[in-house]
Structures are given as structure tokens and as C-alpha cells.
Design a protein around this ligand. Sequence first.
Ligand code: UDX
Length: 432
Amino acid sequence: MKLCMIGTGYVGLVSGVCFADLGNDVVCVDKDVNKINLLKKGKIPIYEPGLSELVLKNYKNKRLTFSTDLKKSIYTSDVIFICVGTPTKKSGSSADLSQIYNVASEIKSSVNSFKIIVTKSTVPVTTGDEIEKILSKKNKKKNFSVVSNPEFLREGEAIRDFTYPDRIIVGSNDIRSNRVLKNLYAPLISKGAQYVHTERRAAELIKYASNAFLATKITFINEIANLCEKIGINVEDISIGMGLDKRIGSRFLRAGPAYGGSCFPKDTKAITSTADKFKTNLSVIKSVIKSNENRSSLLLNRVYEILNKKIKNKKITFLGVTFKANTDDMRDSSSLIMIPSLSKKGAIIKYFDPTGYKKEFSRVKNVSNVNTIKESLEGSDLVIVHTEWNDFKSINFKNFIKGKKFIIYDMRNIYSPKKIRNQGFKYYSVGR
Ligand code: UDX
């Protein structure tokens, strides 16, 4: 099939190259000329394990092409995927759909034969109806179909999540588009993926409800971790004990710092804003948003306690600053709250992250990026494990001691408390 992916970010580029790898002819379109030129040179603008190899392979066999010419790309394609960003509006919680509607009006004047327009971007319920209205201004209803096909790709695991999805959700209100999409996903269905056809609005809501539920699950265990700290028991035992119940499941039940990323914060806000529009109060998700927003200051209070409220001139190391491991993404990472706050209190901060320097800290006083774990630990008073990179999991801290022993605050519970304490370190973690 001939596919056009509009937008070459995490969603458009990953989905596009994976569709090409399934044997489709895919053109990835972006209005950012530099981005497209980089892609044509095999330079991938995002950090996603395995992506550059897959892009090069499919670009070489000509199944994957890149273009800035949207009209021509739509003319030559059967299925058009909208994969542009829907960030939270600067003011308030609802999603900014300006990019979606701009693309929809560009598509409006490029429909030269029957087209299936698919929103893969995460869009609020009824967005498909609005896109239909825009297209109908210039095209007869029988010349196009608007479909919702949300993605469930995790950063750092995106290719695996595309190739082995738990389910494929397709929301369409006509038989023809459903048949075409089912055919497009046939190679994944034959490997066991569940294909679920719903009404379009239902598919739009499934995406938000799924992310909001995962965010709720994480916030739930984070609050249980707070209780465990007070009782003096290990939250990891609670996660194991709960997770073995098949109705609960063990994944997304790991306590840590506030959740971040480009999706959970944005999608939890957007679904509550959609519900408010429909005069329905999603009180549970609203409290998840609040609880997560408070979490960074809660963990910062723990840091103040650990350092006996003396932060000024204390040397603090951050191991990892990205919102999670296996990504270079800093969006809504809890380090963006914690590091500036500690800097304001006079701490001297060094950070090491496997993905390197972060411009987000360029204007924060007394914060420096170092290139090795060793450098980051030298002279430190407190070492904070912020991101659960594999690089940190087998550090032998004893080898890095010169003079005073630093304290360790493991925000991801990646170490065994007993082992670290037996090495003579003061060790703190989350919910333990
Ligand atoms: C998420 C959804 O998982 C994915 O399906 C959707 O398509 C996009 O949003 P992503 O944001 O890439 O994916 O990251 P994810 O792995 O879900 O983690 C989100 C946040 O939750 C991170 O800050 C992570 O550290 C945190 N998390 C995750 C926990 O704190 N505990 C867990 O057990 C799992």
C-alpha cells in the first residue's frame, strides 16, 4: 500500500519506517526542510534504539522516502496518517490542535481520488468529526474517510511496541476504511496482534483512557510508597504482591519520581479538559495530576532531610536526568523541577546522562554536565539516581570514594539496600 506519514517525530517516523519494513511504500513528509535533509542523509533527529538501522535499510531499498511536498505526497498515497504534535495549550489543560487542523486544511485541497485520512496523533474525542467538517468544505463525503488509529508506542521501546502491539485500535464509521486498515495491519495480526474495530470517537477515547489509567497506576504505587516509608516496609514487596493478581498486573507498578514524558502529563490534562467540556468530572484523574505535580517537591523535601536542611554549597550528583531510561527526551522530566530548585538553594550540581548535555540546564546556576560517571561522583556529598539507565546498575561505588563517603538517594530503587549499606554507605530510596 502507498502511505503518507505527515510529521516525522516519534510517532510519524517510527510508524512510517515500520510500515515500510512491512512492505509498504511510505513517504514521510515534514515542513521542516532541515529535518528532511538530515533524514535523507540517514541522520535521525530522535534517540530511539534500532531506528536508524531500520530507516537506512528501508531508505536504501526505496520503500521509504522523505519529502517536504505535502500535496504531491498525498496525491500518490492511498492512506494519509496525521502524526503531528498535540501539545498541551500554554494556558490551561486542553490539547493544542492547531497543527492537526492546519494539516487537515492542507489535505482538503489535495484529495484527487478516494483517500483514507488517519489520525495517529493523540487527539481529543470528536477531533475526527472536526477534520471531516474541514475536508467536506471542498470534497464530497464519498471521496474520503476519516479514521482514528492511535499509537501505543513507548519511547525507547517504540519499534518493539509497533511490531508486537497488544492491540491495534481502528476507529472508523465506514466498512471500506476498516477493510483497508485491517489489510494494512494483516502482517501484525497474523503474528497475534488483536485488531479491534470501534466507532471513531471510541478509538480516540481509548488512547487517552489508556494513558490516564497507566498514569493512575503509577501514581497509585507512588502514594503507597509514601505510606511504606512511614510504616517502614518495602514497596517493592507490595508491587510484587499486588502485581501477581492478573486483574492488577505487575507492569507500571514501580515506584519512583514523578512520571514525565511527552504523553502522560499532556494526556491526563487533555482527557479531564475533554470531560469538562462534556460536563463530566473525572475526579480520579484530576487527583492523579495533582498528586504527580506534588511529587517532585515531596522528593525534594526528602533531599533536604537527608542533608539536614543544609543545601548551600553541598555537592549533589544526578545520575541520569531524562524522564526515563533509553530516551534522550527531557519533556516533563522531574529533573527539570528538582535541579533548579536545589540550585536555587545553593547546591552545586553535576549531572551525568548517557545521552549527554542538556540545554534545559544551560541557564541554571552551578549546574554542570560531566562526561563520565567517575567525574560525576568525585567530591559529591549526595548522589541521586534519577533515571534507571542500565549504565548505573552495576556501579561499584566503593571504587569512587576519595575521602568522605557520599550519601546515595536511589529514586528508582535500582540497588539492593542491604548490599549498598554493607559497603558502608548511607542509602535512601523510594518506599523502602
Ligand atoms: C507512554 C505510554 O506507555 C505509551 O503507550 C504511549 O503511547 C506514550 O506514553 P512513554 O511516555 O514513552 O509511553 O513512557 P512510559 O514508559 O510509559 O513511562 C512514562 C513515565 O512513567 C516515565 O516517567 C516513567 O519513568 C514512569 N514510570 C513508568 C514509572 O514511574 N513507573 C513505572 O512502573 C513505569
